[in-house]
Design a protein. Structure first.
Length: 130
């Protein structure tokens, strides 16, 4: 018989590694189910946390992962490579993405970002991937 209300598997989302380690240690101390997976943002433009900060979690604790935003809110899809928001696109229709848009396509970064995204598209095309 399984008691209702018990969690046998649980995970974290965008937690700092030190907080995850603390949660694991608390669970081990109290004989509770430990978190087993981190749901983090990971893509070509957002790699540090996954590749560096969580490295110990993956190797030492055998922590698992699932990711979100593999196309960085669509920026890696190719549709924004010229720094223009197509009508009805997420960046056109939703102001919650304004900070991300300005980071990549604001006046200070427009030309460098266009060059970067178009170079990535060129490499993808050469490799036959999208």
């Amino acid at each position: 018989m399984i008691e209702s209300g018990l969690a046998f598997y649980w995970g974290t989302s965008e937690w700092p590694a030190d907080r995850i380690v603390a949660a694991i240690e608390i669970c081990e101390k109290n004989n509770w189910h430990k978190p087993i997976v981190e749901q983090c943002q990971y893509n070509m433009l957002h790699r540090n946390r996954f590749e560096k900060e969580y490295r110990r979690l993956f190797s030492e604790f055998k922590y698992g992962t699932t990711i979100w935003s593999p196309l960085h809110s669509g920026l890696l899809s190719g549709k924004y490579n010229e720094g223009v928001k197509p009508e009805g696109s997420r960046f056109d229709a939703n102001s919650q993405f304004d900070t991300t848009w300005i980071k990549w396509f604001g006046p200070d970064n427009l030309e460098a970002s266009k060059a970067k995204f178009n170079k990535l598209a060129e490499i993808a095309k050469r490799l036959g991937v999208t």
